[in-house]
Ligand binder design. Structure first.
Ligand code: NAP
Length: 283
C-alpha cells in the first residue's frame, strides 16, 4: 500500500510556524483578494483563504464584485491596490466572467505583489531559469509536499498531465529546476498510458477521473491535483485512488493532498512578498 502524501498535516505544520513568526511581528502582512460573481466553488476557495490568513495573522481584504462588473472597474481597483502601501499581495480569484480578459487583469498586477506568480514578469523569470519574485502556489506546494517525504526528483521521469498556466506549465519548469526529466501531456497527447507507464512521478491536473492503475508502473509516486464533484456530488480527484494506492509508492489523496498545500503556499508567498517589500528587494 502506498504512503499517503498528507498535505493537510504538512499545511498545519507550516501554518503553525508562520503564526509563531507573525505573532512576533508588529506590522502584519496583508492580502487583497478580488472575487467576481457568485461561483460557489470560488466563494468557498476565497473563504478558506481568508479564514486561514486571519488565523495566522495575515490581514485579508476580500473585495467582491457582481458578475456585471466592467473590466475597467477591475483594472482601476488593481491600479489602486498596486499603489496602496498597506497591500502586500494581490490575488484575483479565477475564473473571471467571459466579458473580462483574464490576461489584461493579471498583467497589470505589480509583480512585487503578484502572490500567485502569474504575471508575465514572474512567469518569464521562471521560464528563463531565473528566480521569480515568488513561485506559483500549487506547483510550489507540490514540491514542498514531495520534499517533506524526502522524494528525490533528480534524474526522475516526471510526467505531468495538464498544461494550464496555473499548474502544468509552471510545474514543468520547477521540475526541470529539480533536474528531473519532464514530459507534459494534454488532451491531444496520443497513447497517454504509454507515457504515464514510464513515469517515476505522475502529476495529474485535468479535472476528470482519468488515471487508472493500469496506466502506471508499480512504485510510481502519484500526485493528484484534480478536484471536482462527480454526478453524485462526491469530491473526486483525477486518480482512481482505491486501486492506484495498491501499486504506487506514494499517493496524494483528494481532498487532503495538494489543495491544502496550495493554501499553505499562498500564505508563504504573502509573507515572502511582505518581507521583500519591506527590505526593498529588487525585482
Ligand atoms: P485546466 O485549465 O482545467 O486544464 C485541464 C488540462 O487537462 C488541459 O491542459 C487539458 O488539455 C488537459 N486534459 C483534459 N482532458 C484530458 C485528457 N483526456 N487527457 C489528457 N489531458 C487532458 O487545468 P487546471 O486549471 O490546472 O485544473 C485542473 C484540475 O486541477 C481541476 O480539477 C482543478 O480544479 C484542479 N486544481 C486544483 C488545485 C489545488 O490546489 N488542488 C489548484 C489548481 C487546479 P488541453 O490543454 O489540450 O485542453
Amino acid at each position: 500500500m502506498a504512503t499517503i502524501l498528507n498535505g493537510k498535516k504538512l499545511k498545519e505544520k507550516i501554518l503553525t510556524e508562520l503564526k509563531k513568526k507573525l505573532d512576533g511581528c508588529e506590522k502584519k502582512p496583508s492580502l487583497a483578494v478580488i472575487l467576481v460573481g457568485d461561483n460557489p466553488a470560488s466563494q468557498i476557495y476565497v473563504n478558506n483563504k481568508r479564514k486561514t490568513a486571519e488565523i495566522i495573522g495575515i490581514k485579508s481584504n476580500v473585495i467582491k464584485y457582481p458578475k456585471t462588473v466592467t473590466e475597467d472597474e477591475l483594472l482601476n481597483k488593481i491600479h489602486e491596490l498596486n499603489k496602496d502601501e498597506n497591500t502586500n499581495a494581490i490575488l484575483v480569484q479565477l475564473p473571471l466572467p467571459e466579458h473580462i480578459s483574464k490576461e489584461n487583469v493579471i498583467n497589470i498586477i505589480d509583480p512585487r505583489k503578484d502572490v500567485d506568480g502569474f504575471t508575465p514578469y514572474n512567469f518569464g523569470k521562471l521560464f528563463s531559469g531565473e528566480k521569480p519574485y515568488v513561485y506559483p502556489c500549487t506547483p510550489k506546494g507540490i514540491l514542498l509536499l514531495l520534499e517533506e517525504y524526502n522524494i528525490n526528483l533528480e534524474g526522475k521521469h516526471v510526467v505531468i498531465v495538464g498544461r494550464s498556466n496555473i499548474v502544468g506549465k509552471p510545474m514543468l519548469q520547477m521540475m526541470l529546476n529539480q533536474n528531473a526529466t519532464v514530459t507534459i501531456c494534454h488532451s491531444y497527447t496520443k497513447n497517454l498510458s504509454e507515457i504515464t507507464k514510464t513515469a517515476d512521478v505522475l502529476i495529474s491536473a485535468v479535472g476528470e477521473n482519468i488515471i487508472e492503475e493500469k496506466m502506471l508502473k508499480t512504485g510510481c509516486v502519484v500526485v493528484d491535483v484534480g478536484i471536482f464533484k462527480d454526478s453524485t456530488g462526491r469530491t473526486r480527484g483525477d486518480v482512481d485512488f482505491e486501486n492506484v494506492s495498491k501499486i504506487a509508492s506514494y499517493i496524494s489523496p483528494v481532498p487532503g493532498g495538494v489543495g491544502p498545500m496550495t493554501i499553505a503556499s499562498l500564505m508563504l508567498n504573502t509573507i515572502e512578498l511582505f518581507e521583500k517589500q519591506n527590505t526593498k528587494t529588487p525585482l
